[in-house]
Design a protein around this ligand. Structure first.
Ligand SMILES: [Zn+2]
Ligand SMILES: [Zn+2]
Length: 180
């Protein structure tokens, strides 16, 4: 795929199933109209593991990625299979710097439904793609949206996430186009 200033890189950290990365890339092209390419993986950021919480520090990983920089893409969505936290939350599905260029998505909690059952793989992929698009929205400086079906609505749990649709509301779409 041609490298443009607007291209998004999808960066696996450690072992991440290739199919989920391809599905994210396809959704970023389809719903945010941005070419996305899958980058060679980096190793799992072991330094960010909090040994007491057994979760990875999302802020620490973003800081590492920012200082390292990723060539060829202005925006990067890193993806990992481990559980993430930020200090004020028990866990997060993703994290991004508002208006920055590095975002992070965790797949860890997406393959278990709130009732303990296992979702169809299509639902798992859908959740992963929604989080990637949401975090990418933050990189393009979109804030959380009150519209419950908008991709920029804050999802505290999977029920919220499953309620959102694959679209940015009118307001967020305008904001996204403005920042591209
Ligand atoms: Zn958010
Ligand atoms: Zn919205």
């Amino acid at each position: 795929m041609e490298m443009t200033q607007r291209s998004v890189g999808i960066l696996p950290l450690g072992e991440v199933p290739g199919l989920v990365l391809k599905i994210m890339a396809a959704h970023i092209l389809a719903y945010a109209d941005l070419p996305a390419k899958i980058l060679p993986s980096l190793e799992t950021p072991h330094f960010a593991l909090d040994k007491r919480r057994l979760q990875y520090d999302a802020g620490g990983i973003l800081k590492m990625l920012e200082s390292r920089g990723i060539k060829g893409c202005t925006k990067v969505v890193a993806v990992m299979d481990q559980d993430l936290f930020v200090p004020v939350f028990t866990h997060v599905y993703g994290e991004a710097r508002q208006g920055g260029n590095m975002a992070l998505v965790s797949l860890f909690r997406l393959d278990k439904n709130p009732d303990g059952s296992t979702p169809a793989s299509s639902l798992f992929y859908e959740r992963a793609a929604k989080i990637a698009l949401h975090e990418l929205g933050h990189l393009f400086d979109l804030f959380h949206c009150n519209e419950s079906t908008c991709l920029m609505h804050f999802s505290g749990d999977l029920e919220d996430l499953d309620r959102s649709s694959f679209s940015f509301c009118r307001h967020c779409s305008v904001g996204l186009r403005f920042h591209l």
